[in-house]
Write a protein that binds this ligand. Structure first.
Ligand SMILES: [Mn+2]
Length: 347
């Protein structure tokens, strides 16, 4: 494995036409789809044959992304995806760093493709060791920013057209919460500016992503806000959405996207949590935090998850009442530990 290798070797591999698959993570978000679609078009322009593979269906709010109709959905057409992967010499994996993020079935297939060249491009912590080329940088705002840099480093920035710029801009914008999360750097802003020059219409993208709620989604948000609990002693806001609430508003995948952030809109909140009950009774949990509160550590320690310092996710097989109780039980201890560690450093 080479971590953050120089590009000479990969550049020479891409000199002649190759068959290439790009795999993004399950439940793809704007960054996964944006980076994947942009890389696909770039590689096609260079004369390669490219398949872009999502483990499962795309959320409605991202279906307008240029090129998204060409994405192969593993859940819908396993045979086709398998064929694409088997024909490929090179497999890019984007916006994740652990093959389990593709789901059990696809993970098994990927694990058995021993003679392929794997290239990971990702910005999450703790990359697994499955790729021959690992581009991993958890200080980057997004995989889309990394793809911009990757394309530039291959002397390909001139090839970035309006569609690619739109995809990359969307990835950066969604992963940075519209350029407000701490991982947003001067370089992030510079890349966003370059993408605007290449035709990304920032205002239209903003409208398509954030100002396109269905009435049901807005109703569900209202319900979520009514259910918001604030625990001032732990500076924590949390929301519990059970199947009753979701069904009332005809929940579709992606409808709760962004809801967790509303907890952090509270002046004194530094930790926001959203519990969502799955159809099978298990629970998925989203975590967001401000400043130095380690959402990823909390997710990892108590809810089989992980992620970034300020944005993480987890899951549990407990039912939703048990999950809430458990959360309320473990939070005080975790919060006190955080306070003790940080009083010395930041007060
Ligand atoms: Mn990302």
């Amino acid at each position: 494995m080479k971590t953050n290798p120089d590009l000479i070797e990969i550049k020479s591999i891409l000199e002649k036409p190759q068959k290439i698959s790009i795999v993004i993570h399950k439940n793809p978000d704007g960054d996964a789809m944006g980076s994947g679609l942009a890389l696909k078009k770039f590689l096609e322009k260079k004369g390669h044959e490219v398949w872009l593979i999502s483990p499962n269906t795309l959320p409605d709010y991202l279906k307008w992304l240029p090129g998204s109709k060409q994405i192969l959905i593993f859940d819908k057409d396993k045979k086709k995806v398998k064929q694409a992967l088997e024909q490929s010499q090179i497999i890019f994996t984007l916006d994740f760093n652990d093959l389990s993020r593709t789901g059990e079935d696809l993970e098994n297939i990927l694990n058995n493709l021993k003679n392929k060249i794997f290239v990971m491009i990702d910005h999450h912590l703790h990359p697994k060791n499955y790729a021959q080329f690992t581009f991993s940088d958890s200080n980057k705002s997004s995989t889309s920013e990394m793809i911009y840099d990757f394309i530039s480093a291959l002397n390909g920035a001139h090839a970035i057209d309006k569609d690619m710029a739109t995809n990359l801009y969307t990835g950066i914008m969604t992963d940075t919460g519209s350029f407000k999360f701490p991982a947003t750097t001067p370089h992030t802003m510079k890349v966003a500016g370059e993408l605007m020059k290449k035709g990304a219409e920032h205002n239209q993208i903003q409208i398509k992503i954030y100002d396109s709620f269905t009435q049901d989604k807005l109703g569900l948000l209202g319900e979520a806000l009514k259910r918001l609990h604030f625990l001032p002693e732990y500076k924590t806001a949390y929301i519990v959405l059970d199947q009753n609430a979701l069904k009332k508003y005809h929940y579709k995948k992606g409808d709760t996207e962004g809801f967790v952030n509303y907890g952090l809109a509270l002046k004194d909140a530094i930790f926001a949590v959203l519990f969502t009950e799955n159809e099978d009774g298990s629970v998925r949990i989203s975590f967001r935090s401000k400043n130095h509160f380690p959402a990823n550590e909390f997710a990892q320690k108590y809810f089989n998850g992980g992620g970034h310092l300020n944005a993480a996710g987890g899951r549990t097989k407990m039912n939703i009442e048990e999950a809430e109780k458990y959360f309320l039980k473990v939070l005080p201890k975790f919060y006190r530990e955080y306070q003790m560690k940080n009083s010395k450093i930041y007060d």
